[in-house]
Design a protein around this ligand. Structure first.
Ligand SMILES: NC(=O)c1ccc[n+]([C@@H]2O[C@H](COP(=O)([O-])OP(=O)(O)OC[C@H]3O[C@@H](n4cnc5c(N)ncnc54)[C@H](OP(=O)(O)O)[C@@H]3O)[C@@H](O)[C@H]2O)c1
Length: 238
């Protein structure tokens, strides 16, 4: 069994990680971290479970830890669901301490030696982990993209053999993408919000990295332009 931790385990993404990892045949969920507001509480008391599936009772008694590398000594791998402005330091400290980091946060996505991976599309980019190891990092950081970029690149991957130069994409994105505290009900109910801060820029740059070519030393960005228009719509997921 691989011992794993979830950073930001009480949030929207963290709860999904916990749901997928609880009772997993290969992973043992050992450490759940969150903010100081939650640290010291049982997971069942610290988080307000909002997923459509039942709460995983077998992890409910785990005591939530503060999000520090010291809390993670007994894990081999962490899944990070931290806000991007907080993820940088702790994810890097984990990697330097020999822990593998799989991150949902945007902090390291565009770093030249960090894989930005959609497994069905560019699993070969995981070779970038060797570049991190060459710099003396015992662990590693691997990131996944913005959620709408995952959908886009999965659709584009089968079309790679055709050349295209100019890609225009419009999204209709669920409110879960903004996290639990993200959108006030009064703003989104019966409405469509044609702006998600930073999202269009992320889609445009992350797509070019994921669809790019890794030659063993660096990623050559994909040779097309992307123009994105992102909208928030009043559905829960998707
Ligand atoms: N939601 C999505 O669909 C989605 C998709 C792709 C990527 N992401 C990215 O995933 C990350 C998490 O997003 P989310 O939607 O799950 O956010 P969220 O619901 O707001 O959850 C944030 C998590 O971070 C913890 N946290 C907050 N402040 C902290 C602090 N000072 N120190 C340590 N932990 C702290 C919270 O713990 P407390 O409960 O104790 O406050 C909570 O566990 C973000 O980087 C986001 O951009 C989200």
């Amino acid at each position: 069994m691989i011992s794993v931790g979830v950073l930001g385990a009480t949030g929207a993404v963290g709860q999904r990680f916990v749901q997928l990892l609880a009772g997993h045949p290969n992973f043992e969920l050992s450490v759940l971290t969150a903010s100081k507001r939650s640290a010291g509480k049982k997971y069942r008391d610290a988080c307000s479970w909002r997923l459509e599936v039942p709460f995983p009772e077998d992890v409910g008694d785990i005591i939530v830890s503060d999000t520090t590398v010291e809390s993670l000594k007994k894990v081999d791998l962490v899944f990070s669901a931290l806000p991007a402005d907080l993820a940088g330091d702790v994810e890097m400290q984990c990697a330097k301490a020999g822990i593998g980091v799989c991150s949902n946060a945007s902090t390291y996505r565009m770093e030249p030696d960090v894989p930005l991976v959609v497994p069905e599309v560019n699993a070969d980019h995981l070779g970038m982990i060797d570049l991190q190891r060459d710099k003396g990092t015992d662990g590693f950081i691997v990131t996944n993209p913005n959620c709408s970029t995952i959908m886009l690149t999965c659709s584009l991957a089968p079309l790679r053999r055709f050349s295209f130069s100019d890609l225009r994409v419009a999204t209709m994105q669920a409110i879960s993408g903004a996290g639990f505290e993200g959108i006030p009900g009064m703003a989104i109910f019966d409405n469509l919000i044609p702006y998600i801060g930073g999202e269009e820029e992320k889609m445009e740059r992350e797509t070019l990295k994921i669809m790019g070519t890794f030659d063993g030393a660096e990623v050559q960005k994909a040779p097309f332009s992307v123009s994105a228009c992102c909208n928030r719509v009043p559905v829960i997921d998707g």
